[in-house]
Design a protein around this ligand. Structure first.
Ligand SMILES: Cc1cc2nc3c(=O)[nH]c(=O)nc-3n(C[C@H](O)[C@H](O)[C@H](O)COP(=O)(O)OP(=O)(O)OC[C@H]3O[C@@H](n4cnc5c(N)ncnc54)[C@H](O)[C@@H]3O)c2cc1C
Length: 315
C-alpha cells in the first residue's frame, strides 16, 4: 500500500483521486465489509468502488497504479473472511457489469459472453431457460461469475474449468489480457489469475440439451445441497479444501469437531466443513475456531487441512 494513503483520515485524498479520474459508479468510504460477505463478518474497507462500466474501471485502476496503490477485487463475498480491522486501501466490485449474451449459436453448442459481475445463479438460470447444458452442478452456488472463475467453483463433478474457453482480465495498468483455458490454469479451487488484475469477462461454451432434463438435473443437485448443507445459516461454504483421498468434512466430523464453538462462530452440525456465524461472530472468533479445528484434525489424523476460503484484511 502506498505510504500516502494509510488511514481513514486520508478520505479527502481518496476523494481527490476519484474525482480526478473520471469515474462513474458508486463510491463508499469506510464501508463495513460485513454488509458485503455471506458470513456477515468483516471490518471497514477504506474505500469500496462499484465502476459502472469498463472505462471507469480502467480510469480508477490506472489512477491507483500511478500512485502505486494496489486494489482488491471482490465478487459476492461468499468465499471471503474479512478480518475485523477491515481492508486497507480500495476494494473493487464489478456488480454493475453483469451482461450475459449468446455470441455464437452453432448446431449443438453455444458460446456465451459473460461479464464477471453477473451473479453465477443468473448464468445458471440463463442456461436452464435456454436449454444449455454444462453447468448444472453449479446450481445453488452463490457469488459472481468472476469469483467462480477465480476459485474454479464447482460441485457434483461440474466446475467452471469444464466450460471456460477464455477470460479477459484488466491489469492495474489498464491493459486488457486475454487468457485461454490453459493459461487460466483452473484446478480444484484455484486459477492462475495474473497478479494486480481483475477478471472482466469470460467466454464459455455450453452444449444444447433438452430443457426439462437440464432442469431435472439442477433440481436434483439443489435437493442434495439443501439436505447436506446448512443453507439457512451464515457461512462462506466449505472452509477447508478436500484432499484427493478424503473430504475435509468427513475428517472434521470424525475428529469430533461438530458443534465446537468460539464466541458466535460454530462448526455446523449439518456439514462439518461449514463453519457458521450464529449471529455476532467476529473474524477473530472465526479464525480461532478454524485453528482449533485444524489442530484437532491434525492431532487425530495427522492431516494438515488447507484453507479454501480467502482470509483477507488487517488484523
Ligand atoms: C452456502 C454456500 C454454498 C457454497 N457452495 C459452494 C460449492 O458447492 N462449490 C464451490 O466451489 N463453492 C461454494 N461456495 C463458495 C463460494 O460461493 C464460491 O467460491 C464462489 O464462486 C465465490 O464467488 P464470489 O463472487 O462470492 O467471490 P468472493 O468471495 O467475492 O471472492 C473470492 C475470491 O475471488 C476473487 N475475485 C472475485 N471476483 C473477482 C474478479 N472479478 N477478478 C479477480 N478476482 C476476483 C476475490 O479477490 C477473492 O480472492 C459456497 C458458498 C456458500 C455461502
Amino acid at each position: 500500500m502506498n505510504k500516502e494513503i494509510k488511514h481513514v483520515a486520508d478520505e479527502h485524498l481518496w476523494q481527490e483521486i476519484i474525482s480526478q479520474c473520471s469515474f462513474s459508479g458508486e463510491v463508499m468510504f469506510r464501508e463495513v465489509m460485513k454488509m458485503h460477505t455471506s458470513l456477515k463478518i468483516g471490518g471497514p474497507a477504506d474505500v469500496f468502488v462499484f465502476p459502472q462500466e469498463v472505462i471507469s474501471l480502467k480510469n480508477i485502476l490506472t489512477a491507483l497504479k500511478r500512485r502505486d496503490i494496489s486494489f482488491m477485487p471482490v465478487g459476492g463475498g461468499t468465499n471471503l473472511l474479512v478480518r475485523d480491522g477491515g481492508i486497507e486501501g480500495i476494494v473493487v466490485s464489478l456488480r454493475d457489469c453483469r451482461r450475459i449474451e449468446v455470441v455464437d449459436d452453432a448446431k449443438d453448442m453455444v458460446s456465451l459472453f459473460v461479464e464477471s459481475g453477473a451473479p453465477l445463479q443468473k448464468l445458471v438460470s440463463f442456461a436452464k431457460e435456454n436449454g444449455f447444458s454444462g453447468i448444472e452442478g453449479l446450481a445453488g452456488i452463490p457469488g459472481s461469475v468472476g469469483g467462480a472463475i477465480a476459485g474454479n467453483a464447482g460441485a457434483f463433478g461440474y466446475s467452471m474449468k469444464n466450460v471456460i474457453v477464455s477470460a479477459v482480465v484488466m491489469h492495474a495498468d489498464g491493459r486488457l489480457i486475454k487468457l485461454d483455458a490453459e493459461e487460466l490454469g483452473l484446478e480444484y479451487r484455484k486459477a492462475n489469475i495474473p497478479a494486480d488484475s481483475i477478471i472482466l469477462s469470460a467466454n464459455i461454451r455450453l452444449r444444447k440439451d433438452i430443457k426439462e432434463d437440464i432442469a431435472k438435473r439442477m433440481e436434483g443437485f439443489l435437493k442434495e445441497k439443501r439436505e447436506r448443507q446448512p443453507l439457512s445459516e451464515l457461512s462462506a461454504g466449505c472452509v477447508f479444501k478436500n484432499s484427493a483421498e478424503t473430504s475435509a468434512g468427513k475428517l472434521i466430523d470424525e475428529a469430533g469437531c461438530k458443534g465446537m464453538r468460539v464466541g458466535d462462530a460454530e462448526v455446523s452440525a449439518v456439514h462439518a466443513n461449514f463453519l457458521i456465524n450464529k449471529g455476532n461472530a467476529s473474524a477473530a472468533d472465526f479464525i480461532k475456531l478454524m485453528d482449533a479445528v485444524k489442530a484437532k484434525v491434525l492431532a487425530t489424523f495427522g492431516v494438515e487441512l488447507e484453507t479454501e476460503i480467502k482470509v483477507v484484511g488487517r488484523g
